[in-house]
Design a protein around this ligand. Structure first.
Ligand code: SF4
Ligand code: SF4
Length: 79
C-alpha cells in the first residue's frame, strides 16, 4: 500500500530526506505523500523508512496495493 500522513504531523521534515522515491513534500498544513510515488519502500528498503524516523507516528496505511504493483511502480519511477 502507499502510505498517508495524518493530522498529527508536525511538519518536522524528518521523513522527507529518507524517502527513496522523493514522495514526501510539505503541504499547506501538514506534509503529504504522493501516492503515485510511494512504494512502501518496496524496491529500495526492507521497511518504510519514513515511518522509522517519524517522531509523531502519523504515517499510516493508505490505499492497498500488492507487492507486485509496488515493485512495478518503483521500477517505473527509477527506469
Ligand atoms: S513508505 Fe517509503 S516510499 Fe513511501 S513515502 Fe515513506 S519513505 Fe517514501
Ligand atoms: S516525520 Fe512525521 S511529523 Fe515529521 S514531517 Fe514527516 S510525517 Fe510529519
Amino acid at each position: 500500500m502507499s502510505l498517508i500522513i495524518n493530522d498529527d504531523c508536525t511538519s518536522c521534515d524528518a521523513c522527507v530526506s529518507v524517502c527513496p522515491n522523493q514522495a514526501i513534500a510539505a503541504g499547506d498544513v501538514i506534509h503529504v505523500i504522493d501516492a503515485a510515488r510511494c512504494t512502501e519502500c518496496v524496491g529500495a528498503e526492507d521497511s518504510p523508512q519514513c515511518q522509522l524516523v517519524c517522531p509523531a507516528d502519523c504515517i499510516v496505511a493508505g490505499a492497498v496495493e500488492s507487492h507486485d504493483q509496488l515493485m512495478a511502480k518503483y521500477k517505473g519511477l527509477h527506469a
